[in-house]
Design a protein around this ligand. Sequence first.
Ligand code: PEP
Ligand code: MG
Length: 324
Amino acid sequence: LSHGLEKLRAEPCITLDGHRVPLWVNTGLFADIARSLDRGAEGVGLYRTEVPFMIQDRFPSEKEQQATYREQLQAFHPLPVTMRTLDVGGDKALSYFPIKEDNPFLGWRGIRVTLDHPEIFLVQIRAMLKASEGLDNLRIMLPMISSVYEVEDALHLIHRAYSEVLDEGVKVPMPPVGVMIEVPAAVYQARELVQLVDFLSVGTNDLTQYLLAVDRNNPRVADLYHSLHPAVLQALQIVSRACREAGKPMSVCGEMAGDPAAAVLLLAMGCDMLSMNATNLPRVKWLLRQISLSDAQALLEVALQQDNAYLVQSILHLALRNMG
Ligand code: PEP
Ligand code: MG
Protein backbone atom coordinates (compact mmCIF):
# COMPACT_ATOMS: atom_id res chain seq x y z
CA LEU A 1 0.00 0.00 0.00
CA SER A 2 1.55 3.27 -1.06
CA HIS A 3 1.98 6.14 1.36
CA GLY A 4 -0.66 8.21 -0.46
CA LEU A 5 -3.29 5.53 -0.05
CA GLU A 6 -2.30 5.03 3.57
CA LYS A 7 -3.03 8.70 4.28
CA LEU A 8 -6.54 8.25 2.87
CA ARG A 9 -7.52 5.94 5.70
CA ALA A 10 -9.08 8.59 7.91
CA GLU A 11 -10.55 10.66 5.04
CA PRO A 12 -14.23 10.24 4.16
CA CYS A 13 -15.26 8.86 0.79
CA ILE A 14 -16.70 12.02 -0.68
CA THR A 15 -16.91 13.17 -4.29
CA LEU A 16 -15.58 16.54 -5.49
CA ASP A 17 -19.12 17.92 -5.31
CA GLY A 18 -19.69 16.74 -1.76
CA HIS A 19 -21.63 13.49 -2.24
CA ARG A 20 -20.90 10.96 0.54
CA VAL A 21 -20.63 7.25 -0.30
CA PRO A 22 -19.78 5.08 2.70
CA LEU A 23 -17.39 2.26 1.83
CA TRP A 24 -18.02 -0.95 3.73
CA VAL A 25 -16.19 -4.27 3.68
CA ASN A 26 -16.93 -7.92 3.08
CA THR A 27 -15.63 -10.20 5.83
CA GLY A 28 -15.57 -13.87 6.75
CA LEU A 29 -12.20 -14.89 8.09
CA PHE A 30 -11.01 -13.62 11.44
CA ALA A 31 -8.06 -11.93 9.71
CA ASP A 32 -10.45 -9.74 7.69
CA ILE A 33 -11.30 -7.73 10.81
CA ALA A 34 -7.89 -6.11 11.29
CA ARG A 35 -7.37 -5.57 7.56
CA SER A 36 -10.75 -3.86 7.28
CA LEU A 37 -10.30 -1.54 10.24
CA ASP A 38 -6.82 -0.74 9.03
CA ARG A 39 -8.18 0.47 5.72
CA GLY A 40 -10.85 2.69 7.19
CA ALA A 41 -13.98 0.61 6.57
CA GLU A 42 -17.17 2.36 7.71
CA GLY A 43 -19.11 -0.83 8.30
CA VAL A 44 -19.47 -4.43 7.20
CA GLY A 45 -21.80 -4.83 4.23
CA LEU A 46 -21.43 -8.60 4.05
CA TYR A 47 -20.20 -10.92 6.76
CA ARG A 48 -20.21 -14.37 5.14
CA THR A 49 -21.35 -16.52 8.08
CA GLU A 50 -20.70 -19.73 6.14
CA VAL A 51 -16.95 -19.14 6.52
CA PRO A 52 -16.85 -20.05 10.23
CA PHE A 53 -19.10 -23.04 9.40
CA MET A 54 -16.69 -24.20 6.67
CA ILE A 55 -13.68 -24.42 8.96
CA GLN A 56 -15.45 -26.74 11.41
CA ASP A 57 -16.19 -30.46 11.19
CA ARG A 58 -19.78 -30.19 12.48
CA PHE A 59 -22.46 -27.52 12.81
CA PRO A 60 -21.29 -24.98 15.39
CA SER A 61 -23.62 -24.80 18.40
CA GLU A 62 -25.69 -21.71 19.22
CA LYS A 63 -23.15 -20.78 21.92
CA GLU A 64 -20.20 -21.18 19.55
CA GLN A 65 -21.92 -19.12 16.88
CA GLN A 66 -22.80 -16.46 19.41
CA ALA A 67 -19.12 -16.15 20.40
CA THR A 68 -17.96 -15.88 16.78
CA TYR A 69 -20.59 -13.27 15.92
CA ARG A 70 -19.88 -11.32 19.10
CA GLU A 71 -16.23 -11.05 18.08
CA GLN A 72 -17.26 -9.59 14.72
CA LEU A 73 -19.85 -7.17 16.16
CA GLN A 74 -17.51 -6.03 18.92
CA ALA A 75 -14.53 -5.47 16.62
CA PHE A 76 -16.51 -3.08 14.41
CA HIS A 77 -18.71 -1.49 17.07
CA PRO A 78 -20.24 1.09 16.77
CA LEU A 79 -20.07 0.53 12.99
CA PRO A 80 -22.88 -1.60 11.55
CA VAL A 81 -22.21 -5.26 10.71
CA THR A 82 -24.42 -6.95 8.13
CA MET A 83 -24.58 -10.68 8.83
CA ARG A 84 -25.76 -12.82 5.99
CA THR A 85 -27.60 -15.96 7.02
CA LEU A 86 -25.96 -19.24 6.06
CA ASP A 87 -25.28 -19.40 2.32
CA VAL A 88 -24.18 -22.97 1.61
CA GLY A 89 -24.68 -25.02 -1.54
CA GLY A 90 -23.48 -23.89 -4.98
CA ASP A 91 -19.73 -23.44 -4.63
CA LYS A 92 -19.78 -23.45 -0.81
CA ALA A 93 -19.68 -26.91 0.71
CA LEU A 94 -19.74 -28.09 4.32
CA SER A 95 -17.95 -31.46 4.72
CA TYR A 96 -20.49 -32.52 7.37
CA PHE A 97 -23.52 -31.50 5.29
CA PRO A 98 -22.85 -32.89 1.81
CA ILE A 99 -25.12 -31.82 -1.05
CA LYS A 100 -24.80 -33.86 -4.25
CA GLU A 101 -26.50 -32.35 -7.30
CA ASP A 102 -25.99 -32.15 -11.07
CA ASN A 103 -26.51 -28.38 -11.06
CA PRO A 104 -25.50 -27.06 -7.65
CA PHE A 105 -25.80 -23.40 -8.67
CA LEU A 106 -29.41 -24.05 -9.68
CA GLY A 107 -30.07 -26.27 -6.75
CA TRP A 108 -30.37 -26.29 -3.04
CA ARG A 109 -28.43 -23.28 -1.84
CA GLY A 110 -28.70 -20.21 0.37
CA ILE A 111 -32.14 -19.44 1.79
CA ARG A 112 -33.56 -22.59 0.16
CA VAL A 113 -31.51 -24.77 2.50
CA THR A 114 -32.26 -22.80 5.64
CA LEU A 115 -36.01 -22.53 4.97
CA ASP A 116 -36.05 -26.33 4.59
CA HIS A 117 -34.10 -26.56 7.86
CA PRO A 118 -35.65 -23.89 10.07
CA GLU A 119 -33.81 -25.33 13.08
CA ILE A 120 -30.48 -24.28 11.50
CA PHE A 121 -31.87 -20.84 10.66
CA LEU A 122 -33.42 -20.24 14.10
CA VAL A 123 -30.24 -21.20 15.94
CA GLN A 124 -28.25 -18.84 13.74
CA ILE A 125 -30.63 -15.89 14.20
CA ARG A 126 -30.80 -16.42 17.96
CA ALA A 127 -27.00 -16.51 18.11
CA MET A 128 -26.79 -13.26 16.12
CA LEU A 129 -29.35 -11.51 18.31
CA LYS A 130 -27.75 -12.62 21.56
CA ALA A 131 -24.32 -11.65 20.26
CA SER A 132 -25.56 -8.13 19.57
CA GLU A 133 -26.85 -7.44 23.10
CA GLY A 134 -25.53 -4.09 24.29
CA LEU A 135 -23.88 -3.40 20.94
CA ASP A 136 -26.95 -3.01 18.74
CA ASN A 137 -24.97 -2.81 15.48
CA LEU A 138 -26.40 -5.96 13.89
CA ARG A 139 -28.08 -6.08 10.48
CA ILE A 140 -29.36 -9.32 8.98
CA MET A 141 -29.31 -10.18 5.27
CA LEU A 142 -30.95 -13.02 3.34
CA PRO A 143 -29.08 -14.73 0.44
CA MET A 144 -30.41 -16.24 -2.80
CA ILE A 145 -33.93 -14.88 -2.55
CA SER A 146 -35.94 -15.57 -5.70
CA SER A 147 -39.52 -15.14 -4.45
CA VAL A 148 -41.44 -12.85 -2.16
CA TYR A 149 -42.76 -15.74 -0.06
CA GLU A 150 -39.21 -16.76 0.87
CA VAL A 151 -38.72 -13.37 2.50
CA GLU A 152 -42.07 -13.65 4.25
CA ASP A 153 -41.16 -17.09 5.58
CA ALA A 154 -37.69 -15.93 6.67
CA LEU A 155 -39.13 -12.85 8.40
CA HIS A 156 -41.59 -15.06 10.22
CA LEU A 157 -38.70 -17.17 11.55
CA ILE A 158 -36.66 -14.08 12.44
CA HIS A 159 -39.57 -12.71 14.48
CA ARG A 160 -39.96 -16.06 16.19
CA ALA A 161 -36.25 -16.13 17.10
CA TYR A 162 -36.53 -12.54 18.28
CA SER A 163 -39.40 -13.27 20.66
CA GLU A 164 -37.57 -16.37 21.91
CA VAL A 165 -34.48 -14.39 22.90
CA LEU A 166 -36.64 -11.68 24.48
CA ASP A 167 -38.30 -14.41 26.54
CA GLU A 168 -34.83 -15.48 27.67
CA GLY A 169 -34.30 -11.94 28.97
CA VAL A 170 -31.96 -10.72 26.23
CA LYS A 171 -32.40 -6.99 25.62
CA VAL A 172 -31.92 -6.19 21.95
CA PRO A 173 -33.76 -4.06 19.41
CA MET A 174 -35.10 -5.76 16.29
CA PRO A 175 -32.24 -5.41 13.77
CA PRO A 176 -32.73 -4.09 10.24
CA VAL A 177 -33.28 -6.92 7.74
CA GLY A 178 -32.32 -6.83 4.07
CA VAL A 179 -32.51 -8.99 0.98
CA MET A 180 -29.71 -9.82 -1.42
CA ILE A 181 -30.54 -9.31 -5.04
CA GLU A 182 -28.48 -11.95 -6.80
CA VAL A 183 -31.02 -13.91 -8.83
CA PRO A 184 -32.59 -12.34 -11.95
CA ALA A 185 -36.09 -13.07 -10.62
CA ALA A 186 -35.34 -10.85 -7.61
CA VAL A 187 -34.44 -7.95 -9.89
CA TYR A 188 -37.93 -8.05 -11.38
CA GLN A 189 -39.42 -8.39 -7.90
CA ALA A 190 -37.30 -5.63 -6.38
CA ARG A 191 -40.33 -3.34 -5.90
CA GLU A 192 -42.25 -5.99 -3.98
CA LEU A 193 -39.21 -7.22 -2.04
CA VAL A 194 -38.13 -3.80 -0.86
CA GLN A 195 -41.57 -3.26 0.71
CA LEU A 196 -40.91 -6.13 3.11
CA VAL A 197 -37.45 -5.18 4.34
CA ASP A 198 -35.18 -2.31 5.33
CA PHE A 199 -32.61 -2.47 2.52
CA LEU A 200 -31.55 -4.30 -0.63
CA SER A 201 -27.99 -5.33 -1.40
CA VAL A 202 -27.01 -6.49 -4.86
CA GLY A 203 -24.72 -9.52 -5.02
CA THR A 204 -23.22 -8.90 -8.42
CA ASN A 205 -21.11 -12.08 -8.35
CA ASP A 206 -24.10 -14.37 -8.54
CA LEU A 207 -26.29 -11.89 -10.39
CA THR A 208 -23.74 -11.70 -13.22
CA GLN A 209 -23.46 -15.48 -13.28
CA TYR A 210 -27.22 -15.99 -13.49
CA LEU A 211 -28.02 -13.13 -15.88
CA LEU A 212 -25.33 -14.17 -18.35
CA ALA A 213 -25.61 -17.94 -17.74
CA VAL A 214 -21.85 -18.02 -17.12
CA ASP A 215 -20.40 -20.09 -14.26
CA ARG A 216 -18.51 -17.64 -12.05
CA ASN A 217 -15.76 -20.22 -11.42
CA ASN A 218 -15.27 -21.78 -14.86
CA PRO A 219 -12.06 -20.49 -16.53
CA ARG A 220 -13.25 -21.67 -19.95
CA VAL A 221 -16.03 -19.08 -19.99
CA ALA A 222 -14.26 -16.45 -17.87
CA ASP A 223 -14.14 -14.08 -20.88
CA LEU A 224 -17.93 -14.10 -20.95
CA TYR A 225 -18.27 -13.27 -17.27
CA HIS A 226 -18.44 -9.51 -17.01
CA SER A 227 -20.25 -7.34 -14.48
CA LEU A 228 -20.14 -4.38 -16.88
CA HIS A 229 -22.32 -6.31 -19.36
CA PRO A 230 -25.24 -4.05 -20.40
CA ALA A 231 -27.72 -6.55 -18.97
CA VAL A 232 -26.09 -6.32 -15.54
CA LEU A 233 -26.08 -2.51 -15.69
CA GLN A 234 -29.77 -2.50 -16.65
CA ALA A 235 -30.57 -4.87 -13.78
CA LEU A 236 -28.76 -2.58 -11.35
CA GLN A 237 -30.76 0.36 -12.66
CA ILE A 238 -34.01 -1.48 -11.97
CA VAL A 239 -32.98 -2.26 -8.40
CA SER A 240 -31.78 1.26 -7.78
CA ARG A 241 -35.06 2.72 -9.05
CA ALA A 242 -37.06 0.38 -6.80
CA CYS A 243 -35.04 1.45 -3.77
CA ARG A 244 -35.27 5.13 -4.59
CA GLU A 245 -39.06 4.92 -5.03
CA ALA A 246 -39.39 3.11 -1.72
CA GLY A 247 -37.00 5.52 0.03
CA LYS A 248 -34.83 2.62 1.20
CA PRO A 249 -31.09 2.16 0.85
CA MET A 250 -29.46 0.12 -1.87
CA SER A 251 -25.98 -1.28 -1.60
CA VAL A 252 -23.77 -3.47 -3.74
CA CYS A 253 -21.68 -6.16 -2.09
CA GLY A 254 -20.34 -8.15 -5.04
CA GLU A 255 -16.79 -7.86 -6.36
CA MET A 256 -18.00 -5.22 -8.79
CA ALA A 257 -18.15 -2.66 -5.96
CA GLY A 258 -14.41 -3.10 -5.42
CA ASP A 259 -13.54 -2.31 -9.02
CA PRO A 260 -12.86 1.45 -9.00
CA ALA A 261 -14.18 2.07 -12.53
CA ALA A 262 -17.34 0.08 -11.88
CA ALA A 263 -17.76 1.86 -8.54
CA VAL A 264 -18.03 5.14 -10.46
CA LEU A 265 -21.08 3.76 -12.28
CA LEU A 266 -22.58 2.42 -9.05
CA LEU A 267 -22.16 5.84 -7.47
CA ALA A 268 -23.93 7.40 -10.46
CA MET A 269 -26.80 4.93 -10.15
CA GLY A 270 -27.44 6.19 -6.63
CA CYS A 271 -25.97 3.36 -4.58
CA ASP A 272 -26.08 4.36 -0.92
CA MET A 273 -23.06 2.29 0.02
CA LEU A 274 -20.53 -0.01 -1.54
CA SER A 275 -19.19 -3.08 0.22
CA MET A 276 -15.99 -4.70 -0.96
CA ASN A 277 -12.91 -6.69 -0.16
CA ALA A 278 -10.73 -4.61 2.18
CA THR A 279 -7.84 -4.80 -0.29
CA ASN A 280 -9.76 -2.77 -2.87
CA LEU A 281 -11.17 -0.15 -0.50
CA PRO A 282 -8.35 2.43 -0.67
CA ARG A 283 -8.28 2.38 -4.48
CA VAL A 284 -12.04 2.87 -4.73
CA LYS A 285 -11.94 5.67 -2.18
CA TRP A 286 -9.07 7.36 -3.97
CA LEU A 287 -10.92 7.38 -7.30
CA LEU A 288 -14.31 8.46 -5.95
CA ARG A 289 -12.61 11.42 -4.27
CA GLN A 290 -11.26 12.53 -7.68
CA ILE A 291 -14.62 12.66 -9.42
CA SER A 292 -17.88 14.59 -9.09
CA LEU A 293 -21.27 12.93 -8.99
CA SER A 294 -22.27 14.82 -12.12
CA ASP A 295 -19.18 13.53 -14.01
CA ALA A 296 -20.05 10.03 -12.87
CA GLN A 297 -23.63 10.47 -14.06
CA ALA A 298 -22.41 11.65 -17.48
CA LEU A 299 -20.19 8.56 -17.71
CA LEU A 300 -23.08 6.32 -16.73
CA GLU A 301 -25.20 7.78 -19.49
CA VAL A 302 -22.53 6.94 -22.07
CA ALA A 303 -21.95 3.50 -20.55
CA LEU A 304 -25.66 2.65 -20.76
CA GLN A 305 -25.62 3.28 -24.49
CA GLN A 306 -22.98 0.62 -25.17
CA ASP A 307 -23.88 -2.86 -26.24
CA ASN A 308 -20.96 -4.76 -24.81
CA ALA A 309 -18.98 -4.95 -21.62
CA TYR A 310 -15.57 -4.43 -23.19
CA LEU A 311 -16.69 -1.16 -24.75
CA VAL A 312 -18.03 0.01 -21.40
CA GLN A 313 -14.77 -0.91 -19.78
CA SER A 314 -12.57 0.89 -22.29
CA ILE A 315 -14.75 4.01 -22.23
CA LEU A 316 -14.50 4.09 -18.45
CA HIS A 317 -10.77 3.58 -18.42
CA LEU A 318 -10.17 6.23 -21.07
CA ALA A 319 -12.36 8.79 -19.34
CA LEU A 320 -10.85 8.10 -15.95
CA ARG A 321 -7.30 8.27 -17.31
CA ASN A 322 -8.06 11.63 -18.88
CA MET A 323 -9.20 12.86 -15.49
CA GLY A 324 -5.81 11.90 -14.08
C1 PEP B 1 -22.54 -12.22 -4.62
O1 PEP B 1 -23.08 -13.21 -5.08
O2 PEP B 1 -22.28 -11.19 -5.29
C2 PEP B 1 -22.12 -12.18 -3.21
C3 PEP B 1 -21.69 -11.04 -2.66
O3 PEP B 1 -22.18 -13.33 -2.49
P1 PEP B 1 -21.14 -14.51 -2.64
O4 PEP B 1 -19.97 -14.01 -3.45
O5 PEP B 1 -20.78 -14.89 -1.26
O6 PEP B 1 -21.93 -15.56 -3.36
MG1 MG C 1 -23.86 -14.79 -3.81
